[in-house]
Structures are given as C-alpha cells and as structure tokens.
Ligand binder design. Structure first.
Ligand SMILES: [Zn+2]
Length: 248
C-alpha cells in the first residue's frame, strides 16, 4: 500500500530504479500468495487491488493542473504580502478603517496560499518558499483601484479556466481549492468596490471596521454579515479569525 501510493507521500525520494525493484519483489510475493488461494479469494484480492490502483490514479494530477496550482500558490503568497503593504499605506494616510479590510484580505490570501501548498505536498512535491513579490505600493486610492483590477481579472479570466482544467483532469482537490478562491474573490470584490465608492465621497463612513476570515477557505465576512458557518467550506464561526480582538 505504501509503495503503491508513493506519489502522494511528500517525503518520498526513491529513485525510479530502486522503486521498480521493490515493486517487482512485492509483485512476486503477491503472485505467490494468490496462487495458493482458492478462486473466491483470488477474486476478492483482484477487486481490492483494482480499487487501490484506481484510488492512487485519482490522486495524481495531470501536468496542467499542477502547473496551475504552483502558479496560484506563488501568486497568492505575493498577494498576501501586497495587501499587508496596502494596509500599512492606508494607515500612513489616515485610512484606519480601510486598512482593516486590506489586513483581512492579506490573511485570506495567506490561507489560500497555505491550502495550495498543502495540496502540492499531498501529491509528493515540494511546495518550497514562494518567490518574493514584485508590486507597487502607491496612494491608497490607487492601491484600491489596483486591487479591484487584479481581483476582477483573476476572478473572470484566470480561476474559471483553472477550475475547468482541474475538473477535466479529475483533480478534485485542486478544483475545489480553486473554487473556494474564486468564490472568495466575488465577495472580496464587492467589499472593495463598496469601499472605493465610499472613499470617492471623501471619507470612510460606512466601510466596515471589523472583519472575520474563515480559517478553512479564506472567505471574509464583516461583523454585520457573519454567518454561523462559512457559506463555502462550512467551517464554524468559532474558527473564524476574529479581527475584533486586534482592533477593540
Ligand atoms: Zn470557509
């Protein structure tokens, strides 16, 4: 079982020749054991092995899904760093309330990145430390417009394609994690656009100050719309990262 599922084990570093030899030894032992069984036992063993091979095959993502996952892992890690910087810039300009939304977004992106990294390791690959981000930090109004533009582009043009590819390649874990990000982006964009329209009027009145981030999928909720369970991943409210503790 361990050998047959080697592709899902992150610590496995056997070279192909050694792995092949081990498989041949195991196969020989299995054939010997089966030859000593009666017909019914042989049938049972064949069914079990068919299920095991099918399970291991379903865990192996096709090349494109894994490429998309690694790209998303890096981009989300950079986004977490970027929104943290945007938050600091907002604080420096006196936009204390908007700074909280960017901090929530940073936490959310970090959860996305961490989730992607876990899946990469699940498939036996090293997630490694993502590259350092290359982005500009400008005025808060410009940062807000930049965030809206980036999130809109990713929501409409990147993640739907990623999801379709993962589903086509039957990489269900990857498809689900992409779907969570895509759903989070829709909610986050609504909040960004609302904040931008309020900021255009010259103040922050009406922008929520207290945010909660789902620790499962990274979805963000403000104090007035926080549900008992995350609407995407069903994580209980008790497990949301609460920003009230930092801000009150
Ligand atoms: Zn969630």
């Amino acid at each position: 079982m361990t050998i047959l599922c080697w592709q899902k084990h992150p610590a496995n570093n056997l070279d192909h020749r050694e792995l092949l030899l081990q498989l041949l030894v195991i196969l020989k032992e299995v054939i010997t054991i089966i030859s000593q069984m009666n017909h019914i036992f042989r049938l049972v063993i064949l069914v079990i092995f068919s299920v095991l091979f099918s399970y291991c095959g379903s865990l192996k993502p096709k090349k494109k899904s894994l490429e998309d996952l690694r790209l998303a892992y890096t981009n989300k890690s950079i986004a977490a760093e970027k929104y943290e910087k945007f938050s600091q810039a907002a604080l420096n300009e006196g936009y204390d309330t908007l700074a909280q939304l960017f901090i929530a977004a940073s936490k959310s992106e970090r959860i996305h990145s961490t989730n992607f990294g876990k899946i990469i390791e699940l498939y036996g690959q090293d997630s490694a430390t993502p590259e350092t981000g290359n982005f500009e930090v400008k005025s808060t109004k410009e940062n807000l417009k930049s965030a809206i533009k980036t999130e809109t582009f990713e929501m409409l043009s990147i993640y739907p394609g990623f999801i379709r590819t993962a589903e086509r390649e039957k990489s269900s874990e990857i498809a689900r994690s992409f779907s969570w990000v895509n759903n989070c982006q829709k909610r986050y964009l609504l909040n960004l656009r609302t904040a931008a329209s309020i900021l255009d009027k010259g103040n922050e009145t009406g922008i929520p100050f207290i945010w909660y981030v789902c620790s499962g999928c990274g979805n963000i909720y403000n104090k007035s719309d926080v549900p008992m369970k995350c609407e995407f991943c069903l994580t209980k409210q008790d497990n949301f990262i609460g920003f009230s503790k930092q801000t009150e």
